[in-house]
Design a protein around this ligand. Structure first.
Ligand SMILES: Cc1cc2nc3c(=O)[nH]c(=O)nc-3n(C[C@H](O)[C@H](O)[C@H](O)COP(=O)(O)O)c2cc1C
Length: 353
């Protein structure tokens, strides 16, 4: 196993620059979470690089051809990584070509989604079970686009089919540019602990840059995951949904800088309200409110009455009432944390029609 991650990092400099992975920290794609307003929110906070939610290749082609609003609009998103799922090489290649034409910086292939409705269509992590199909997808998409091409996978389907290292070598031969490995098998779904050491076997199998993913919720986790895997960088999902500033703190930490402080209660309040504003502006009030509830739940944590606040914020259909509850929560949280705030600095909402 490679232990000198600093050496690996400098050796892979040019490749990481091409990928835009120089910060060594990416926000993980999460369906229903990393939509356009959340991605804009993360970018507004700092420098983290972001990936779209998984987009089914057929849907991408249909929506672009029909000029309907693409569910995952990527216009004016410099550096955006578009993640495509599918099982038919020619269709994925066509979707990738169209996304490249729309301005995608990188195409990422989804070989990791464990959801039954996805694997039943032989997509997501089911693709890993058919290595010839993996090769055909790599070849077809590589031939279709000029921009960087990466793949995000799991360790394998189950413990008896740990084939991520073999697929990593195949990806390299096919001319891909990078790999992310979530340190679980498909059959684990999200149970147990991500196994960062087994991600190290993937790092050993390829000279491509590898991101280690799974259960990285702090800077210390990032250090351990990198030390155990020898990977070039980390991808963070759920930890960054709960605490979006973790991305920037980890970027600072891995660059050897003093990490920015976690925001105080007043700042967290303002940030959450800004996210609500983005969500409602983008999705419209009714859908935006439904979409933002998971973020409100993630943000209202840490005091005794947090559950009651979450319930009050997430059972109203009135954005102003949601904001009022959030204000009250952060005033109380600020008092507990010693900030002593009385009026969080919160931007006015622009409520969409
Ligand atoms: C709600 C949710 C949605 C997800 N959607 C996707 C997706 O669209 N594409 C993908 O490659 N992984 C998806 N994942 C997996 C994450 O990208 C990541 O691999 C996983 O959550 C482990 O990382 P974490 O422990 O840092 O969250 C999703 C995970 C969650 C929790």
């Amino acid at each position: 196993m490679r232990s000198d991650t600093a050496r690996d990092w400098s050796q892979q400099d040019a490749r990481l620059t091409r990928l835009g992975w120089r910060d060594r920290v990416l926000l993980a794609p999460m369906s229903g979470v990393t939509d356009r307003p959340f991605r804009d929110h993360i970018r507004s906070l700092g420098q983290g690089q972001v990936v779209t939610e998984m987009i089914a290749s057929e849907a991408a082609i249909r929506e672009i051809k029909d000029s309907r609003k693409l569910n995952q609009a990527i216009d004016d998103e410099p550096g955006i990584i578009v993640q495509l799922a599918g099982t038919e090489p020619a269709l994925i290649a066509e979707a990738a070509r169209m996304m490249e034409a729309r301005g995608a910086h990188t195409i990422d292939l989804n070989f990791g989604c464990p959801a039954r409705k996805v694997v039943h269509k032989a997509s997501g992590s089911a693709v890993m079970r058919d290595e010839a199909l993996c090769g055909a997808i790599f070849d077809a998409v590589r031939a279709a686009i000029e921009v960087p091409l990466t793949v995000k996978m799991r360790l394998g389907w189950d413990d008896d089919s740990f084939n991520a290292p073999k697929l990593a070598a195949l990806a390299e031969r096919a001319g891909l540019d990078g790999i992310t490995v979530h340190g679980r098998t498909r059959c684990q779904f999200y149970k147990g602990q991500a196994d960062w050491r087994r991600v190290g076997a993937v790092v050993e199998a390829t000279t491509l840059p590898v991101l280690v993913n799974g259960d990285i919720c702090s800077r210390e986790d990032a250090d351990r995951a990198l030390a155990q895997s020898g990977a070039a960088g980390v991808m963070i999902g759920r930890g960054a949904q709960d605490r979006p500033w973790l991305i920037d703190q980890t970027v600072d930490h891995l660059a050897g800088r003093r990490p920015r402080k976690a925001p105080d209660a007043a700042t967290r309040s303002a940030q959450l309200c800004a996210l609500i504003d983005r969500m409602l502006s983008y999705h419209g009030t009714a859908h935006g409110l439904r979409q933002v509830r998971k973020h409100v739940s993630s943000a209202l944590l840490g005091i005794d009455k947090a559950a009651a606040y979450r319930k009050a914020a997430n059972t109203t259909d009135d954005p102003a009432q949601m904001i009022a509850v959030i204000h009250a929560f952060f005033i109380e949280a600020g008092a507990v944390e010693g900030d002593g705030i009385t009026a969080p600095d919160t931007p006015a909402l622009t409520i969409a029609a």
